[in-house]
Ligand binder design. Structure first.
Ligand code: KG4
Ligand code: ZN
Length: 359
């Protein structure tokens, strides 16, 4: 069974061919990082235009690399939501036209379910499949959600962020300090040079659902910390560095980042990690999880991976490989495999949904 997956919900145009929900024959990702980087975040109109430019060559390359012709496919899967509607429309419309032209059925996939299936697929392939019930922490630039995942891929939402997503907090803090977009990777690389306990951040106690997250207070605390100090010249030095060099090395960043700022970054990252793992552990206990899945762009974070490995969850904890943690289309094809087995096809008039929920 071969599925072509297409993903275009945010700022990556991606296509992939996956066999039997398990073997990635190809995974092509065209990133728009260089387009959005200079604006400090994703510009929706530019994103749609870049998707339009990339979609045909990216899909063609994925099919070629996977040595697969359209006629060899059992399904064509596309992300239907959540995401930027103009971006979603490009991938979904292209998937529909391929389906119409080839007679290969269409499958609609929720992007969040895709992130979960990145882990399900890799764990199957490795011969150590995820056991259910599983606790899934989906943590990216757009989402910070905790789900219970039951056999047959039934989901129950246990908690979510009430304001910013964790990746968004990384991006906003990095932008404030002059590190540019996206913020997660650079904070991740610099945090080991700072003291994670130097700046004490406190999290407000959540009223209502104790498994919900909130990251806006942490972001404001960083803002206050910066305002209380004169950091203009170091921030300007970092912006100047980025103008000269789109991808500075760690040594170049460190040359324009004093120890106090490295301590701030390390403490910020530490606070996010503690917040994520504390609520993940409580949720895992609550549902009697047999495994824990962490996925989404923030799952790339090496501090989070290290802390998760030493946190006692009482069951195996799975992260995707780095390439399958951030947005990609293999995860969309993998999620579609379970739907193909249930013959859950989409009609060609299905609409993209910016705020689509998983449950
Ligand atoms: O899953 P993803 O590619 O797109 C969304 O669905 O949002 O996640 C992108 C997010 C960005 O906010 C980025 O800063 C964050 O993931 N990210 C990281 C790291 N790599 C990417 N955050 C922390 N540490 C990283 N190493
Ligand atoms: Zn994502």
């Amino acid at each position: 069974m071969r599925i072509l997956g297409i993903e275009s919900s945010c700022d990556e145009t991606a296509a992939s061919v996956v066999e039997n929900g398990e073997t990635v024959l190809s995974s092509v990702v065209a990133s728009q990082m260089s387009t959005h980087g200079k604006y400090g975040g994703v510009v929706p109109e530019l994103a749609s235009r870049e998707h339009l430019r990339a979609i045909v060559p990216v899909v063609r390359e994925a099919l070629a690399q996977g040595a697969t012709a359209l006629g060899d496919l059992d399904a064509i899967a596309a992300t239907v939501g959540p995401g930027l509607v103009g971006s979603l429309l490009v991938g979904l419309t292209y998937a529909k036209s391929l389906s119409l032209a080839s007679g290969v059925p269409l499958i609609a996939v929720n992007h969040i379910e895709g992130h979960i299936h990145a882990v399900v697929m890799e764990s199957k392939r490795a011969g150590t499949p995820v056991q259910f019930p599983a606790l899934a922490l989906v943590v990216s630039g757009g989402h910070t959600h905790l789900f219970e995942v039951l056999e047959g891929f039934l989901y129950r939402l246990l908690g979510k962020t009430r304001d910013d997503a964790a990746g968004e907090a990384f991006d906003k803090v990095a932008k404030l300090l002059g590190f540019g977009y996206p913020g997660g990777p650079v904070v991740d690389r610099l945090a080991p040079f700072g003291d994670p306990l130097a700046v004490k951040f406190t999290f407000a106690k959540m009223k209502g659902n104790a498994l919900d997250f909130s990251f806006s207070g942490l972001k404001t605390a960083v803002l206050r910390w910066v305002e209380a100090r004169n950091m203009t010249s170091e921030i300007e030095a970092r912006k100047a560095l980025r103008r000269e060099n789109a991808a500075p090395s760690i040594d170049e960043w460190r040359a324009v980042t004093p120890q106090t700022t490295l301590d701030l970054l390390a403490s910020f990252q530490h606070a996010v990690i503690v917040e994520l793992l504390t609520r993940a552990r409580s949720s895992a206990e609550e549902i009697g999880a047999q495994s824990v899945i962490v996925s989404g762009g923030v799952a790339c974070n090496s501090g989070l991976r290290g802390a998760a490995a030493s946190a006692r969850f009482g069951c195996p904890i799975y992260f995707p490989s780095l390439g399958l943690s951030t947005d990609n289309a293999a995860m969309i094809a993998a999620a579609a495999f379970a739907k193909l087995e249930r013959r859950e096809f989409a009609s060609l008039d299905i609409a993209a949904e910016a705020n689509l929920r998983l449950v």
